[in-house]
Design a protein. Structure first.
Lengths: 299, 391, 90
């Protein structure tokens, strides 16, 4: 039984530097700090088009202190596969991490992701999910939840959020996990575990965006936590397909302990016009997904 | 070693001899047997190469771009729609200045579906910043692929390069070739060099937004300069290869009986072989015709072309593709460059061999005869652009 | 940064790459040290790495870099003792 990580043990080298270009309260910047704490100098980041492309700020400077290849939108996992293969050929130690938004992961880069997963390329794919194409100004993606306003779904998105963790589980890859910017130690531990596993690893990081979800920038972590407390986001990991609900989400396996999802929805302007009927529908979907995961986990 | 090989197998042997370390494989007719052969070599223990069996051509180039950026010699091959699918990455690799070699088996573009050769796919890349070489026969495929690793990795160049070979005519046709031994190639190809390497522990960032747009503009112009500077490197590397193997190809261009000619045929690719035969027949009949074979489309060998055509009475440029709405791309390059050098020689563009239509030496003879008679009679060409659909 | 004769699209890490981002603020975090228990949560969640901590007697001593702090308020929001309050910039 591993001793749980504490804040005191976290390294304090800065991989996200003060004065970068992210919006105030940006969850991607928070998440990148955890990547730095988890992986340090071993990491090489492959970053497709998305918010983090901009967060780096203006060349010849960079607000991120990792080695980074910025790449075209649909290409990230394939580029990473190449980097990983080359490093093995050269005998150079490196942890190759794709840091991709929900667009690059589940839409334009979906085939690339699936290809890398199916081949078992030795990389970690982190999907930093702010649930829309934020970098181009809040357009809907397949990760946008049902009912959410975006600039291409003014009356709220009609389709449900595509379940990427489940899709990656179905690929049979050695490690799939979900994470949240509200639970940094959990995310860091998952990254460090992923590094010890050879093959394709997928971590889906829930990243509430103040600008696109319409809440005050101070509330990023709070909203991320509410997602867990209402059960709308579930923290779990699956090693070799065996699902384990992660400690922060375990209390919410019990439906009576889950906060009503309206507590989460009402804090975000993007759900302002959501109907009661849709809230009930979302509640049902949350329950169904929980039931499925609990069955898979046999916990 | 003297054996018989298809053009595609020549590419595979060259890749093995060049000690490429990472190859991405995605099939498309008529390129597929390149990556199949490399795969077989790896599985038989004849080549030490990591194969990445990608799920698309976009990923094929992305994967070798990643490997090359991370410091190893890499290679992939494609054609037609595959090349178009990876087009965005073709630009990316060139502007990232990462040396890489790719084989393009030239195949036409649909619809309709058509696997035969023309040059639309490869010509579509001419703006990207890649070196583009076109082979006439399988020996040249083998030799130039090896040379391209040396050329692209030269610090005066530091750009990726394409070796083009025509679908089926070369790719699937067996010819006798001389395969150099490993020691010869090892003495010829130095350790890989590249302008930068992405590695863990070294926080180098490639590609974020520039604060100074002028610097960005200079990057783009520098890609052009890289191609211009490649001319000298191409020439030098070819001469070195010539000393080593006895096969020197003329560098950027080859002049066949053009020194004492009055009319020049210009072409690229496999049908240049047919043009040679046509030149000999035409000469026998008293037509003072010569052939200027362009070995490289990019960099465009403008100065060489000028030197050859300046004393001529007429030039006929054969294009196996058309920039729709304008004219054939080789013609567009040639005519504008020699005009820029103040040369007023009549230039005719014959667009032929599209969609795989076969054009042989008899066709060339007839076309050139008509051209010569036209210029001799009228002093210029009546129609500068002619479509030759085939017999 | 490179010896290559050609201009390359390369960068190196730089603090303040986007300028003095502290000028973005409309409110600033103000720390009341007497309430601070040195848990380090503000440091842990700051998106801009502008909060630094030093170990001091088993707790963290917090300092805030106002040159780059964007005033998002996450530190205030996560502080368990409300030791950080957001004050309007004048």
């Amino acid at each position: 039984m591993d001793v749980p990580l504490t804040i005191r043990e976290l390294p304090r080298e800065k991989y996200v530097l003060p004065g970068h270009a992210a919006c105030p309260g940006c969850p991607e910047a928070i998440g990148l700090r955890y990547v730095g704490m988890a992986l340090g100098r071993r990491a090489i980041l492959v970053i497709p088009a998305g918010c983090t492309s901009i967060i780096q700020g203006l060349s010849p400077g960079s607000g991120l202190a990792f080695p980074i290849i910025n790449v075209a939108f649909a290409s990230s996992d394939a580029v990473a596969a190449g980097v990983s293969a080359a490093k093995e050929v050269l005998g150079e130690d490196a942890v190759v991490v794709v840091w991709a938004g929900d667009g690059a992961t589940s839409d334009i880069g979906f085939a690339t992701l699936s290809g890398a997963a199916e081949r078992g390329d030795n990389i970690i794919h982190v999907c930093v999910d702010n649930e829309a194409y934020m970098n181009t100004g809040i357009q809907r993606s397949s990760q946008t939840p049902r009912g959410a306003w975006t600039t291409t779904t003014w009356r709220g998105k009609a389709e449900p959020k595509k379940n990427m963790p489940l899709i990656m589980l179905s690929h049979g890859v050695p490690y799939v996990a979900t994470a949240s910017v509200a639970y940094p130690l959990d995310f860091i531990e998952k990254l460090r575990k992923a590094v010890t596993i050879r093959g394709f690893k997928y971590i889906h990081l829930h990243a509430p965006c103040p600008v696109g979800w319409r809440f005050d920038p101070s509330e990023t972590v709070e909203i991320a936590r509410l997602a867990i407390e209402t059960g709308m986001w579930i923290l779990f990991e699956a090693e070799g397909g065996r699902v384990t609900i992660s400690p922060p989400s375990r209390p919410y396996m019990d439906k009576s302990r889950r906060k009503p999802i309206i507590e989460y929805l009402k804090r975000q302007g993007r759900f302002r016009n959501i109907t009661e009927e849709l809230v009930r529908e979302l509640e049902r979907e949350v329950d169904e997904y929980w039931n499925m995961l609990i069955k898979l986990s046999s916990q | 070693m003297r054996i018989t090989l298809t053009g595609n197998y020549c590419v595979a042997y060259a890749v093995k001899l060049a000690r490429v370390k990472v190859v991405s494989a995605y099939p498309i007719t008529p390129q597929t047997t390149i990556v199949e052969k490399i795969s077989e070599m790896v599985d038989e223990g004849e080549a030490d190469i990591r194969m990445i069996r990608v799920e698309s051509e976009h990923s094929a180039l992305s994967a070798v771009y990643g490997a090359a950026s991370a410091g190893v010699r890499s290679f992939t091959a494609t054609s037609s729609h595959g090349l178009l699918y990876m087009h965005e990455m073709v630009w990316w690799v060139a502007q990232a200045r990462i040396p890489l070699v790719m084989a393009v088996v030239t195949r036409t573009i649909g619809p309709p579906w058509n696997i035969w050769t023309d040059h639309h796919d490869i010509m579509d890349q001419r703006d990207t910043g890649w070196l583009i070489a076109m082979a006439e026969n399988n020996q040249e495929v083998l030799d130039e692929t090896i040379k391209l690793f040396k050329i692209t990795e030269d610090p005066e160049v530091f750009l990726p390069g394409i070796i083009g070979l025509d679908a089926f005519v070369l790719s699937h046709t067996v010819e006798p070739v001389d395969v150099p031994d490993q020691d010869t190639v090892d003495s010829f190809l130095p350790e890989r060099r590249q302008p930068y390497v992405i590695r863990a522990g070294d926080p180098l960032i490639m590609g974020n937004i520039p604060s100074d747009l002028v610097r960005n503009a200079r990057m783009r112009w520098d890609v052009h300069l890289g191609l211009r500077n490649a001319e000298v490197v191409i020439e030098r590397v070819d001469r070195e290869w010539g000393k080593l193997t006895g096969r020197y190809y003329g560098g950027l261009t080859e002049c066949y009986r053009c020194e004492d000619s009055k009319y020049i045929m210009v072409g690229i690719g496999s049908w240049v072989g047919d043009m040679r035969i046509a030149v000999d027949s035409l000469r026998d009949e008293g037509y003072p015709v010569g052939l200027l074979k362009l070995r490289y489309v990019r960099p465009f060998p403008a100065r060489r072309v000028y030197e050859v055509v300046k004393g001529s009475r007429g030039v006929v440029v054969f294009d196996r593709s058309i920039s729709a709405g304008s004219a054939g791309p080789l013609f567009l390059d040639l005519a504008s460059h020699i005009h820029a050098m103040r040369l007023g020689v009549p230039v005719k563009n014959v667009v032929a061999g599209l969609a795989g239509v076969d054009v042989g030496y008899k066709d060339f003879e007839n076309i050139v005869k008509r051209f010569v008679e036209e210029v001799e009679g009228e002093g210029w060409v009546r129609e500068f652009l002619e479509f030759y659909p085939g017999r | 940064m490179q010896s290559c004769r050609y201009e390359l699209p390369l960068s190196r890490p730089k603090v303040g790459v986007q300028g003095v981002t502290g000028s973005w603020r409309v409110r600033r975090p103000v720390l009341e040290r007497s309430r601070c228990i040195g848990c380090g949560l503000c440091w842990l969640y700051c998106p801009d790495s502008v909060i630094d901590v030093e170990e001091e007697g088993g707790k963290f001593r917090v300092s805030i870099d106002y040159t780059y702090c964007k005033g998002c308020g996450i530190c205030s929001s996560v502080c368990p003792t409300k030791a950080i309050t957001m004050v309007e910039e004048v």
